[in-house]
Design a protein around this ligand. Sequence first.
Ligand code: FE2
Ligand code: FE2
Length: 195
Amino acid sequence: MKREQLLEAVRGQITKHRYEHTLGVVETAIRLAEKYGADKEKAETAAILHDYCKFWPEDKMRNIIENTPHIPKDLLEYDTELWHAHVGAEVVRRDLGIEDEEILDAIRYHTSGRENMTLLEKVVCLADYIEPGRQFPGVDELRTAAEEDLDRALAKGLGGTITFLVNREKRIYPLTVLARNSLVKPKMKNVKEEE
Ligand SMILES: [Fe+2]
Ligand SMILES: [Fe+2]
């Protein structure tokens, strides 16, 4: 499928506002891919499709999670906000014929992240945080970090998500913690030096 056909397919699935967000993610993902050396075409396709199932009804998503063997079932115990990413990867494979596993993984992990993310996954996940339409406290700091260090910027983004969820007394999906930990270099303090 060509870029225009994919955009058309996405446009039929999401709200106008979310479509504009998607275009922002596409533009940002291409730019980050260029900057950090990821595959631009794959970044573009993953960005176009990343929120394909964002507005699907909960029961429809639950059904796909329950009936797709490789989707982790523990997702059902966490915020429904996480579901559209895993479900989206399956649906774009099934309905749009997207077979590239790297693209599918970038869609699948764009919300939660995961341990040892690929360059493409990082680019799409970070683009989702900082696209021009995003407005939340700290987004400008994140945009600046994105110009300097991909891992540090993404760790900041995921850290913000974790803090946001903690402040709302929500559960944290373990992959998000693992994703952040794998992006932050361990700083071991030498106890003796501190004495
Ligand atoms: Fe999303
Ligand atoms: Fe998004």
